[in-house]
Design a protein around this ligand. Structure first.
Ligand code: 13P
Length: 335
């Protein structure tokens, strides 16, 4: 496969394909395993990820790349095969989460800044040698009274831009993820407020990417959809699709090859329906696809339930969601 950033980015959003976000940190995967009463150990994390990565049909036909976590990119399947090799053999591109998480932003109560820039050049070099060809960094923006502030928006956008420039220097495609939360606190905002905040964030992010000399053709944007807060969901599928497409058309340059959404707390079917409606009804300058974590994994996690005898059921659930989202990525999903 070509090593040019532009070609990798295009392959990440190949027709009917999207990304699997399997980059839960050790803390986050513990929370997911808690929901099925499973202890999180290196072995249980391996077994769970192995179930997903060995879902051949999904990995070959519907998933273009997988975002891994530091532990996972170095981990082997039970038979000793590196996970990276399993993905590559299925034609999937390995990727890596490189941020160190959102930490309280000094001077800005209830807002965060994503850390992880120190030493990032060297870490990216190592991840490249381990097989990663794209990376992810997530900036987190909440919506509340008087929040976000300009200071938090600007500092998170600057961190994303510095990360993206370092990735490109190291031959890695950056996924730029500025997430405006739908499930923060209190999560009661309107779709209009989400539109306004996401517009502000995306305009600022693209200004910073320009200042940092990031090549837009060699990146992927991973935004939230324009949607109302999780505790006040009212907007219809059509409204979410219309507002999201309207916003992206006015903020994301057409040089960007692909936009892959996060699911952010939408349920599985909502996440699929919204993506399909966007692709079905519009002529778009970029590919619109998925980079879902929860919306691709929740059903599989439940069906597996931590039991070896349920691996086939877990894989069936995962392949089903991957197929539905593949259809949505070309606008062909029907309820
Ligand atoms: P969700 O789809 O569960 O929001 O996760 C995607 C992701 O990678 C968030 O950073």
């Amino acid at each position: 496969m070509s090593e040019r950033l532009e070609d990798i980015a295009i392959a990440m959003v190949a027709d009917g394909k999207g990304l699997l976000a399997a980059d839960e940190s050790t803390g986050t995967i513990k929370k997911r395993f808690d929901t099925i009463g499973l202890e999180s150990t290196a072995d249980s994390r391996r077994d769970y990820r192995e179930m997903l990565f060995r879902s051949d049909e999904a990995m070959k036909d519907f998933i273009s790349g997988v975002i891994l976590y530091d532990e996972t990119i170095r981990q082997n399947a039970k038979d000793g095969t590196p996970f990276v090799t399993i993905l590559q053999n299925a034609g999937c591109i390995p990727g890596i989460k490189v941020d160190a998480g959102a930490k309280p932003l000094a001077g800005f109560p209830d807002e965060t800044i994503t850390e992880g820039l120190d030493g990032l050049r060297e870490r990216l070099g190592e991840y490249y040698r381990l097989g990663a060809r794209f990376a992810k960094w997530r900036g987190v923006i909440g919506i509340a009274d008087g929040i976000p502030t300009w200071g938090a928006v600007k500092q998170n956008a600057q961190a994303l831009a510095r990360y993206a420039a370092l990735c490109q220097e190291q031959g890695i495609v950056p996924i730029v993820e500025p997430e405006v939360l739908m499930d923060g606190k209190p999560a009661t905002h309107s779709i209009e407020r989400c539109y306004e905040v996401t517009q502000w964030v995306l305009k600022t992010v693209f200004d910073e990417l320009y200042d940092a000399r990031v090549v837009l053709e060699g990146m992927i944007l991973k935004p939230n959809m324009v949607i109302d807060g999780k505790n006040a969901r009212r907007a219809s599928v059509e409204q979410v699709a219309e507002q999201t497409v309207r916003l992206l058309k006015s903020t994301v340059p057409s040089a960007v090859p692909g936009i892959t959404f996060l699911s952010g707390g939408q349920n599985d079917e909502e996440a699929t329906a919204h993506l399909s409606a966007m692709n079905a009804g519009h002529t778009l300058p970029w590919k619109l696809s998925f980079s879902y974590g929860r919306a691709l994994q929740a059903a599989a996690l439940g069906a597996w339930n931590g039991k070896p005898e349920n691996v086939a059921a877990g894989q069936r659930a995962f392949i089903h969601r991957a197929r539905m989202n593949s259809l949505a990525a070309t606008g062909g999903w029907k309820k």
